[in-house]
Design a binder for this molecule. Structure first.
Ligand code: HEM
Length: 288
């Protein structure tokens, strides 16, 4: 609002405008899914520790199975000690103290895939881990369905998450990469919507990774397999392959979450997190 000769002239909205960015359902589903994913990963790692190896194809259980492409284990070391080893294909990595071995409170070293602190529950308990895993999996599926139906009905997914064709032009993609590399995020009117890299990341998670995680997870359920006559695992080349893809998708989701959190911190954590809690987002002042 400017004043000229005592006449007030409306010159448009003030800079640093707060607007309503995230609807209640989006916010609720986001937090339910984030919490569910945390528990799904931790209980999943506890379940994985019961057999810390992955295979391609229909079956897999034996150490000498040719399709065994990933494993975490322990090897004898000189002096009666053991060391943790992780193998990815032909590559063997010494992961002692991180993966494969764990130091117990009494100082002894035991053979263990993922360490206790990263699993839920924190002790080796397959039955409890499975129960919590299935609870959070169904919570995640329900909340994911609500998010999808609401997102399509309100056109949030089509208009605000899916990248627009215009945004995918190489010049715009490059511009967004440079902005991210320089950490000079858009402010003002340009900040009223997700930019292209943010849209690509969210669309990849929402339309590819999360559905893949659910479908590969359901492929591992004996009940579902009996009901659907083994249809789901056959989509992925067999049950052992579905389990491998389930694990790889988990890794990609962890990588996404790490970058996502870094971006939230760099872009201004208070404003960002407040927008996902109350819906209100401050676009900041229009650049000069
Ligand atoms: C403590 C953990 C997390 C925090 C603090 C957080 C924070 C946020 C914030 C602030 C936004 C809005 C960004 C903006 O308006 O520009 C957002 C959106 C989003 N986050 Fe997270 N997030 C977390 C965990 C996760 C996880 C684990 C996932 C999935 C793997 C995830 C997926 C998404 C997606 C898909 C969106 C876009 C939602 C939409 O607009 O429909 N977030 N997050």
């Amino acid at each position: 609002m400017d004043t000229v000769a005592n006449v007030r002239i409306d010159t448009g909205p003030p800079p640093g405008q707060v607007y309503y960015r995230h609807r209640l359902v989006t916010r609720l589903c986001h937090w339910i899914n984030a919490l569910s994913l945390l528990f799904l990963v931790m209980t999943g790692l506890n379940i994985f520790d019961a057999h810390p190896a992955l295979y391609w194809g229909k079956y897999g259980a034996n150490p000498d199975h040719q399709s065994r492409w990933f494993e975490i284990g322990a090897m004898d070391a000189p002096g009666g000690a053991i060391r943790g080893v992780t193998r990815i294909g032909p590559v063997m990595i010494d992961t002692s103290g991180v993966l494969g071995t764990q130091v117990e409170p009494d100082g002894s070293v035991i053979d263990q895939g993922f360490p206790d602190w990263v699993t839920f529950p924190h002790n080796r308990d397959l039955a409890t881990a499975r129960r919590w895993h299935f609870f959070f999996a169904w919570l995640f599926i329900l909340s994911g369905l609500v998010y999808f139906v609401h997102g399509f009905a309100t056109r949030h997914l089509q208009d605000e998450v899916w990248p627009r064709l215009k945004q995918l032009r190489p010049a715009n993609l490059w511009h967004d990469i440079v902005i991210h590399a320089r950490l000079t995020f858009p402010r003002g009117a340009a900040d009223r919507e997700y930019q292209v890299l943010q849209r690509l990341a969210y669309a990849g998670v929402v339309f590819v990774l999360l559905p893949l995680m659910v479908l590969t997870g359901l492929s591992l359920s004996p009940g579902f397999n009996a009901a659907l006559n083994g249809f789901l695992p056959s989509l992925f080349g067999g049950r052992a392959s579905a389990r491998s893809i389930h694990f790889i998708v988990m890794d990609l989701l962890i990588a996404f979450t790490a970058v996502h959190l870094l971006m939230v911190v760099l872009a201004g954590p208070y404003n960002q997190v407040r927008s996902m809690i109350t819906g209100r987002y401050d676009t900041g002042e229009e650049p000069e």
